[in-house]
Design a protein around this ligand. Structure first.
Ligand SMILES: Nc1ncnc2c1ncn2[C@@H]1O[C@H](COP(=O)(O)OP(=O)(O)OP(=O)(O)O)[C@@H](O)[C@H]1O
Ligand SMILES: [Mg+2]
Length: 412
């Protein structure tokens, strides 16, 4: 493959930090050539709670990826999570300029600027302004208005903002490790890049990235993002409940959950027994597997109920024919899809990351949808002016080739 650019994605999650290095080919294909996974310390519910610990976790993940690939990382696309993230839809309207009255790039940019002029309080930082579609002289549903004859151009955008302090804390942690930020991308939109098909997005679909500390949601309608939200619940809550229910440590509860857990009670034999290690008892204890799975089912059911409420709040409950795609480490739980189908009352599939090559044996599962999505986001958006931090995508040295690549891609 002829390499055209090298991009880096860093997903600093509540349970693990993942750094991926990807090569982008001339045709836009992405190949992962290095990865580094480090346990996450210092993050709580998707947010930085301890700077030093978070810096160390990120640094350790970055170093691993560097060692494996032989590259030195200079900048990266970075995921943002946490329930401080909020979103709204905003419309921008402009008169089409120029004597020919044809929509130009500049008109589109002015319309987007107008949409951005919404009230975002000074303690909030804008993370995304995604154009969802255009209205040209009242005609709705236009995807690409360039060159159309018109007097009036409207753009519908989805705007995502986060608490300025939370965003800055994360960016500080990343830059302290010596890595510059190309762009910050909210976890749900990154995960969507790696898991959703175009057809699903056109039809209407919900993605839920069930992580350790948060569940990141995005709703797509008519091919574009319509609603995003972050719920402060995830797999850690399930593990906590198991630890309490079985009176065991968090580490053991996590093991037991992964080995014996199932969110679908119909798959659990009524009399099945399992041997689990329990605090203060040597040789462990024999319990009914049902007991474990009831605890898991209750908490997963609650997470799904919260998702359902959020879908209702978006006003799109009945407009998601493609149903829900579950991803994130939490979606790897056995029976997670069956229970979701019941609770959400819509089609459900588990979304594994697609669209990149290389190292899929190690990172080809739902726990890496966000980090893989960051690479795909970078490959799709490289050369665009990001809203928040950073410049273009100069993931690793040598840097010189990438500027060339951008000029080739965006001539003039
Ligand atoms: N095979 C598995 N079965 C059940 N649960 C699993 C499995 N693998 C991972 N998990 C759960 O997934 C969760 C971690 O998911 P993930 O790695 O996506 O989180 P994160 O990105 O670190 O956190 P967040 O996105 O919330 O900040 C943990 O709670 C873990 O117990
Ligand atoms: Mg995550």
């Amino acid at each position: 493959m002829e390499r055209e650019a090298v991009l880096v994605g860093i997903d600093a999650g509540t349970t693990k930090v993942t750094t991926l290095i990807g090569e982008v080919g001339r045709t836009g294909d992405v190949n992962v050539i290095g990865y580094g996974i480090a346990p996450s310390a210092g993050m709580k519910k998707g947010m930085v709670a301890n700077i030093d610990q978070t810096v160390n976790s990120i640094a350790s993940s970055v170093e691993k990826a560097e060692r494996l690939s032989g590259y030195k990382i200079s900048s990266a696309f970075v995921s943002v999570g946490g329930s401080h993230i909020s979103s709204q839809n905003s419309r921008g309207v402009v008169a089409v300029s120029g004597h020919k009255r044809e929509v130009s790039r500049e008109d589109v940019a002015r319309a987007t600027e107008a949409a951005k002029a919404v009230q975002v309080p000074s303690n909030r930082e804008m993370l995304h302004v995604v154009p969802r579609g255009y209205i040209v002289d009242g005609q709705e549903g236009i995807k690409d208005p360039l060159g159309m004859s018109a007097v009036r151009l409207e753009v519908e955008t989805h705007i995502v903002a986060g608490a300025a302090t939370s965003v800055q804390n994360l960016s500080k942690c990343v830059t302290t490790t010596g890595v510059q930020i190309d762009e910050m991308v909210i976890s749900s939109l990154a995960a969507a890049e790696a898991t959703l098909t175009d057809t699903e997005k056109e039809l209407g679909v919900l993605i839920a990235d069930i992580g350790g500390g948060t569940t990141d949601i995005a709703i797509f309608v008519d091919g574009a993002v319509y609603h995003t939200a972050v719920l402060p619940v995830g797999g850690i809550n399930v593990t906590n409940d198991v630890a309490i229910g079985l009176r065991t440590s968090l580490n053991l509860a996590e093991e037991i959950k992964i080995k014996h857990g199932n969110a679908n009670m119909a798959e659990v034999e009524p009399e099945e027994l399992i041997n689990v290690a329990v605090l203060g008892e040597t040789g462990g204890q024999t319990i009914q597997r049902r007991r474990l799975c009831e605890v898991i089912e209750a908490r997963m059911g609650e997470i799904y109920s919260l998702i359902r409420e959020e879908v209702k709040r978006s006003g799109h409950a009945r407009m998601l024919p493609a149903g829900a795609v579950l991803t994130g480490g939490g979606a790897r739980l056995a029976g997670a899809d069956v229970l979701a189908r019941e609770t959400l009352d819509m089609p459900v599939r588990i979304g594994s990351p697609q669209g990149v090559g290389g190292l899929m044996d190690q990172i080809g599962n739902p726990a890496f949808s966000t980090s893989i999505g960051l690479l795909l986001w970078g490959a799709n958006h490289i050369g665009e002016e990001p809203i928040g931090y950073g410049g273009a995508g100069n993931g690793v040295n040598p840097l010189s080739r990438i500027g060339e690549w951008i000029r080739n891609l965006f001539p003039g």
